[in-house]
Design a protein around this ligand. Structure first.
Ligand SMILES: NC(=O)c1ccc[n+]([C@@H]2O[C@H](COP(=O)([O-])OP(=O)(O)OC[C@H]3O[C@@H](n4cnc5c(N)ncnc54)[C@H](OP(=O)(O)O)[C@@H]3O)[C@@H](O)[C@H]2O)c1
Length: 342
């Protein structure tokens, strides 16, 4: 049955994939965004050019059945949106991140302690530190100063009148990725037939997902009767190591080079903390199955050659830690180094 869906965001990478999928399924979609970022969306999509703080007025104008909050980044975002939406919609899906888990602060070395065992289920310990991107913020007005998906989730779930589903996303790749995760790797492969990783770095594992599969999860969470009140980790069951990921990308691109594991390892992050999440709940409760998957998704991304939205985009494809990027220091040797704040 078709429904009216309001997407907060929706004109960039993951959000645009969600919008296109909803339209294909026959839903009436409105995107609420400031009007600074546009994506090639179907003409049937209605645009409301507003700050997200004007959600209340957008609800008055569109009366949606369901809402997807793609871009809640701060506690205030969550608090304001939850208050505006309470009692007014059949379902709210809030897009969160696997950076809510304690494992993430162990990975970043911002909190001490032994690595958490993986895979991390939805009940795994949560971060005790707050604002994981503050160190990269240019000042208190920079959204990274206040960014915290854990606080977003808490603010949303504090409102009891919301049929809320929280989705914790892993590293997402695919055409349109403005972080250029795959594209920048391909650029390195074009310049070198050897990529050197530290041995522990090479075997570090994390969960990934193709953008179209993530969009399918968002739509499922929006429409499945059992998804209300639930939290779901999102991602592929198979979590490739960094060396495997590099090799898979190389294979998809027909690269003839090799990935070599050779010491020493960069000090940051803590390579003993893998970021692998358990996704069986999503499969068991909502019947989710990937339509694209890692291998096909990579092939599609590489052959589309559209992984980055612009060639001038910042090349930080391999970024595991916000604010750090792999940089070539000599020949084919790369190290993780802090990004300049300028
Ligand atoms: N990519 C990953 O690997 C990954 C991993 C984990 C979680 N996530 C989460 O997934 C979501 C990513 O969404 P995305 O890829 O679609 O892109 P995004 O860059 O997070 O969102 C951009 C969208 O939000 C709109 N927007 C930004 N600020 C706004 C504001 N103040 N008021 C109204 N609209 C605003 C933009 O349009 P305008 O510029 O026109 O306003 C655009 O439509 C985020 O929540 C992110 O934290 C991503």
């Amino acid at each position: 049955m078709s429904a009216g869906v309001l997407i907060v965001g929706g004109t960039r990478f993951i959000g645009a994939a969600v919008v296109r999928r909803l339209v294909r399924l026959g839903h009436q979609v409105t995107v609420l965004h400031r009007g600074r970022t546009e994506a090639p969306l179907p003409p049937a999509v209605r645009h409301l050019h507003l700050e997200r703080e004007a959600l209340e007025s957008a609800l008055g104008r569109t009366a949606p059945d369901m809402v997807v909050d793609m871009v809640a980044r701060t506690e205030r975002d969550g608090t304001l949106a939850a208050a505006a939406l309470a009692g007014r919609v059949q379902r709210v899906v809030v897009v969160s991140s696997i950076d809510v888990y304690r494992a993430y602060e162990r990975l970043c070395r911002t909190a001490a302690g032994p690595p958490d065992p993986v895979p991390l289920g939805e009940d795994a310990p949560l971060r005790v530190t707050r604002h994981p991107r503050r160190a990269q913020a240019r000042g208190p007005d920079d959204w990274r100063h206040h960014y915290d998906k854990l606080l977003v989730e808490q603010a949303y779930s504090a409102e009891p009148r919301l049929p809320l589903t929280r989705l914790r996303l892993p590293f997402v790749f695919g055409p349109g990725d403005y972080r250029r995760r795959v594209q920048a790797l391909l650029e390195r492969m074009r310049c070198s037939d050897e990529i050197v990783l530290g041995p522990r770095e090479a075997s570090w594992r994390c969960t990934r997902a193709h953008v179209e599969d993530v969009a399918a999860v968002v739509v499922l969470a929006l429409t499945h009767p059992d998804a209300a009140g639930r939290i779901y980790n999102v991602g592929e069951e198979r979590a490739l190591s960094l060396a495997e990921w590099f090799r898979w990308v190389g294979h998809a691109a027909g690269w003839g080079g090799q990935v070599i594991a050779l010491g020493p390892d960069p000090e940051l992050p803590d390579w003993s903390q893998h970021m692998v999440v358990e996704t069986t709940r999503l499969r068991r409760e909502l019947g989710f199955r990937e339509e694209v998957g890692l291998r096909r998704g990579l092939q599609q991304t590489v052959s589309a050659g559209l992984d980055g939205s612009s060639s001038a985009a910042k090349t930080n494809s391999d970024t595991i830690l916000p604010g750090y990027a792999r940089r070539r220091v000599q020949g084919s040797v790369y190290k993780w180094m802090p990004l300049s704040r300028s």
